[in-house]
Design a protein around this ligand. Structure first.
Ligand code: SF4
Length: 312
């Protein structure tokens, strides 16, 4: 499967071309309750590794086709900072990206590794997740591999935030009854007090989760946001599509994009041009794409993706 997916419109980062640093299988050092991918035992090292040359070749081809890209996003079917050649890859992307920004979406765990820390310093934008600040809640929500502890992660995020010259974003994903308690928010307030960042996005589950957990309503998120220290740049993430730019997708690109991220009809209307919507409907009618409903929201995903998901 290609390592490149999209273009995809991110409500927070603009039009993005994604690079999947674990395209063939999920490889992650966490097994989060809310993961959009199928549950998998957390691991420390990648065993399925795509060569840098393959990724760069595919990226160059995609950049030749899609000129409207704002950002090249390093992500993964899992955790992108586990990719062992991350530093070399970032150098090669820098050589061909032109004015486009580079971004990584990370769970923060590998930031304790100095090589990863220094590689991420080279990026234009970094988004780090921090779902909990106490050891017990961290283990409950993110279900990390053995040996990964939250205290050194918070220390590394803090240190990184004082060294990084680009834009740093934090994300906290709220799961009902797990990390939404006042005591956990107090612990997060203490952890966040010395972290310098552009924005702290508080979100919740809005796509089918790996395990049977629930998100919060907008009203609950709004109420919760008042428990955070008023000096913090807290932002409640909501699904907005108004500024999206439409693009052309081939059949393979539609399936690859939906495989990485199930989309709603609203997402599809915002992302796909007229011909791509026609191709999408044909794939739907041919049984290549299925509808899945979770918490009153209808998503579209490739049939293969649904078969990989665990039945609840
Ligand atoms: S949500 Fe991200 S960090 Fe958590 S298990 Fe899934 S891929 Fe890994």
């Amino acid at each position: 499967m290609s390592t490149i997916f999209g273009p995809i419109y991110s409500r927070r980062f603009g039009v993005s071309l994604g690079i999947d640093l674990s395209a063939s299988t999920k490889q992650c050092n966490f097994d989060c309750l809310y993961c959009e991918l199928a549950p998998a035992h957390p691991i420390i090292h990648q065993h399925s590794i795509t060569p840098v040359s393959t990724i760069i070749h595919e990226l160059q081809e995609a950049l030749n086709t899609h000129s409207e890209i704002d950002v090249i996003t390093l992500t993964a079917n899992g955790e992108p900072t586990m990719y062992p050649y991350l530093n070399a890859l970032i150098d090669e992307i820098d050589a061909i990206k032109g004015v486009k920004q580079t971004l990584i979406l990370s769970n923060s765990a590998c930031l304790t590794d100095e090589d990863v820390f220094n590689a991420l310093l080279k990026l234009d934008q970094v988004k780090l997740s921090l779902d909990a600040a106490t050891p017990q809640t961290f283990k409950k929500i993110d279900r990390p591999a053995e040996g990964i502890e939250i205290e050194p992660i918070i220390e590394s995020i803090t240190r990184f935030s004082h060294s990084f010259k680009g834009k740093l974003f934090l994300e906290i994903l709220m799961v009902k009854g797990v990390n939404d308690t006042p005591s956990e928010i107090n612990a997060l307030n203490r952890a966040l007090s010395d972290i310098r960042c552009e924005r702290i996005d508080i979100g919740t589950i809005d796509r089918p989760p790996a395990y049977a957990v629930q998100g919060l309503s907008f009203e609950e998120l709004y109420t919760l946001s008042h428990l955070f220290d008023s000096s913090l740049p807290i932002h409640i993430v909501s699904r907005r599509h108004a500024e999206a730019a439409v693009s052309s997708y081939s059949d393979e690109e539609i399936l690859s994009t939906l495989d990485k991220r199930p989309l709603t009809q609203e997402d599809i209307d915002a992302l796909f041009d007229t011909e791509s919507k026609t191709r999408f409907i044909a794939l739907l009618n041919n049984g290549k794409i299925a509808r899945i409903e979770r918490s009153n929201v209808l998503f579209f995903a490739p049939i293969e993706n649904i078969h990989r998901k665990r039945d609840k």
